[in-house]
Ligand binder design. Structure first.
Ligand SMILES: C[S@@+](CC[C@H](N)C(=O)[O-])C[C@H]1O[C@@H](n2cnc3c(N)ncnc32)[C@H](O)[C@@H]1O
Length: 322
């Protein structure tokens, strides 16, 4: 994979980052889009979160994927005469796709889409050293925006692990699923990992780890604003706050101001009262019925559902029937 092979399609530019920050911090409930967590530092913090004992989604899904991949091998036997093409959304460190590449055997091409450019390129280089025959296409793109990829006569399998879909509200999730269908094409498949509803203490602990890594990940967005947009946040004057909002069925992450303060970003002033927060991320949890309905309303029909024995996490195989 050469540098020239990296597709830079719709990477947010500094002016978009600035516009989103100025807009978000001007709202009554201050907010920032979660995609801005993921610069190189944020991607490294996310990898650390995945190693935490409290963070069950990563290891549960990773363990499930061995069985899922074996079942998929049976499902696609005879269904993909030209071989398979996998397109992963929010690819991150690419630690999950290996199970599919190994078990499916006939994957000819792999496109990895992520917003975090340096991390994506490094992850693709590592994957390339492990799967030398595979044609790997890193694609720096904001997946909240439509994407057209090359035409192909191979059977397409989209892959969206990590319950990243939970960062969208249900309306945005439906829009993402419609766009993913348009990108992948009619009769394509999508293998998607989705976090389930479960007792509140398990959820709360997963986003409030003892080592404080999730807090560092959350505060990284302030440091990124300082680095890239000439901001003057002092992260020690903000506290990580994550809780389960049961009526909405979502974990909310916030950064709460520990004092009255004025923050300057690119010449703009923002006042914070003591206790006022910036809402930085949602992580929606779906029961199987809720997610199956959402997928159906968005043009996808459920082919398979895998749940682990404790029903902590769900993996769905969907087919685009639009
Ligand atoms: C929760 S992590 C999941 C990583 C990996 N797929 C996994 O399952 O462990 C979300 C990933 O999506 C990427 N991401 C977040 N928002 C994005 C966006 N708007 N467009 C493209 N990638 C995005 C992040 O850089 C990160 O790699």
């Amino acid at each position: 994979m050469h540098k020239a092979a990296v597709q830079n399609l719709d990477r947010p530019q500094d002016d978009e980052f600035l516009a989103d920050v100025l807009y978000g911090l001007s709202q009554t409930q201050k907010q920032l889009p979660p995609k801005y967590f993921y610069d190189q530092k944020g991607s490294e913090y996310f990898d650390e979160i995945c190693e935490l004992s409290e963070y069950y989604p990563y290891r549960t899904e990773l363990t499930m994927l061995r069985d899922v991949a074996r079942d998929l091998g049976n499902h696609f036997a005879g269904l993909a005469p030209q071989g398979l093409e996998i397109v992963e959304f929010g690819a991150g460190s690419l630690r999950k796709v290996g199970a599919l590449l190994t078990s499916l055997g006939n994957v000819r091409s792999f496109t990895a889409i992520d917003i975090s450019e340096e991390h994506l390129i490094n992850s693709c280089r590592l994957l390339e050293s492990q799967y030398r025959e595979l044609s790997i296409h890193p694609c720096v793109h904001d997946f909240t925006k439509p994407l057209t990829i090359h035409t192909s006569d191979r059977t397409r399998l989209g892959f969206f692990p990590g319950s990243t879909i939970g960062n969208f509200n249900p309306g945005e999730a439906s829009e993402f699923l419609h766009n993913a269908g348009a990108t992948l094409g009619t009769n394509s498949y999508l293998l998607i990992g989705v976090d389930t509803k479960k007792p509140e203490p398990i959820l709360r602990q997963a986003y409030n780890d003892n080592k404080g890594i999730t807090a560092k990940f959350n505060k990284n967005v302030l440091e990124r604003i300082n680095r890239e947009l000439d901001g003057n946040f002092n992260p020690i004057h903000f506290a990580h706050h994550a809780f389960y909002n049961e009526p909405e069925g979502r974990i909310e992450m916030h950064l709460r101001s520990l004092k009255e303060q004025t923050i300057k970003i690119a010449g703009h002033n923002f006042e914070f009262h003591r206790g006022e927060s910036i809402h930085t991320e949602n992580s929606y949890k779906y029961s199987p019925d809720e997610f199956t309905s959402l997928a159906q309303e968005s043009g996808w029909s459920k082919q398979h559902l895998w749940l682990d024995s404790d029903e902590l996490f769900a993996v769905y195989l969907l087919q685009y029937v639009h």
